[in-house]
Design a protein around this ligand. Structure first.
Ligand SMILES: Nc1nc2c(ncn2[C@@H]2O[C@H](COP(=O)(O)OP(=O)(O)OP(=O)(O)O)[C@@H](O)[C@H]2O)c(=O)[nH]1
Ligand SMILES: [Mg+2]
Length: 219
């Protein structure tokens, strides 16, 4: 059966999933926020970045993955996350999860929006130890032109990315959106072909995503 958030709850949690859950739960901590790339640590720890439009649910997904509600700050108001926030997992760190400011939020002052976008795009394009980008897409809306812009940038920079649908609890036919999103990346060279559906609110698709993130960081 195709993995879908609808049957996720009835799935038997595998040993791998338990291991990943314990690691993310016990081993994730906040380390630092940076406004400029020069402030990032210089080392070989693999990073997995969470990117996407404002309010898509990046910080909420990070909290669901680490099972820590307040680890990354979330809000109803777009523009909550304004810096790159690093969350190392494991001691010594096996990887870092990176919560990013959202892009595509038109209501903030133009200069501010441009500043966030530049920070996000520069990081995505230039970070050597960036292993994969989780590109979050609202399941109700599908990919937007600004998401396509990010995909093109990642294709050009040869940084692997994966589309993750968020807020899957808000729609009935998540499989249809999943297929449309998979079609949108089919010809994109750096895109991982499978699109995952998640809900941070209902904890759907989270167990599997942890295992995938861990595999990515370790390979
Ligand atoms: N129903 C539902 N709501 C969600 C889900 N994930 C996030 N939300 C809500 O969406 C809003 C935005 O969530 P955030 O996690 O702050 O979004 P973000 O992408 O980090 O936003 P910025 O930092 O502003 O770019 C909050 O009100 C969350 O409660 C989900 O899976 N289901
Ligand atoms: Mg955020």
């Amino acid at each position: 059966m195709r993995p879908s958030p609808r049957n996720d709850r009835r799935r038997i949690v595998t040993g791998e999933e338990k291991h990943a859950r314990n690691l993310f739960r016990d081993g994730a901590a906040f380390s630092m926020s940076v406004a400029r790339l020069e402030q990032l640590p210089v080392d070989e720890v693999p990073e997995i970045a969470f990117a996407g439009r404002s309010n898509v649910g990046k910080s909420s997904l990070l909290n669901a993955l680490t099972t820590k509600d307040g680890l990354a700050r979330t809000s109803n108001t777009p523009g909550r996350t304004q810096l790159l926030n690093l969350f190392p997992v494991g001691e010594p760190p096996l990887m870092r999860l990176v919560d990013m400011p959202g892009y595509g939020y038109a209501k903030a002052p133009k200069q501010v929006v441009e500043g966030w976008k530049r920070l996000v795009f520069d990081y995505l394009r230039g970070r050597r130890n960036l292993k994969r980008v989780m590109l979050l897409i609202d399941a109700r809306r599908g990919p937007k032109p600004v998401d396509e812009e990010v995909m093109s940038l990642l294709d050009e920079a040869a940084v692997t990315y994966q589309l993750i649908l968020t807020k899957a609890d808000k729609i009935k036919k998540v499989e249809t959106v999943q297929e449309l999103a998979a079609e949108a990346v089919r010809k994109r060279p750096a895109a991982f072909p499978e699109v995952r559906a998640t809900s941070a609110e209902k904890n759907l698709g989270i167990d599997m995503l942890r295992v995938e993130i861990l595999d990515t960081a370790q390979n």
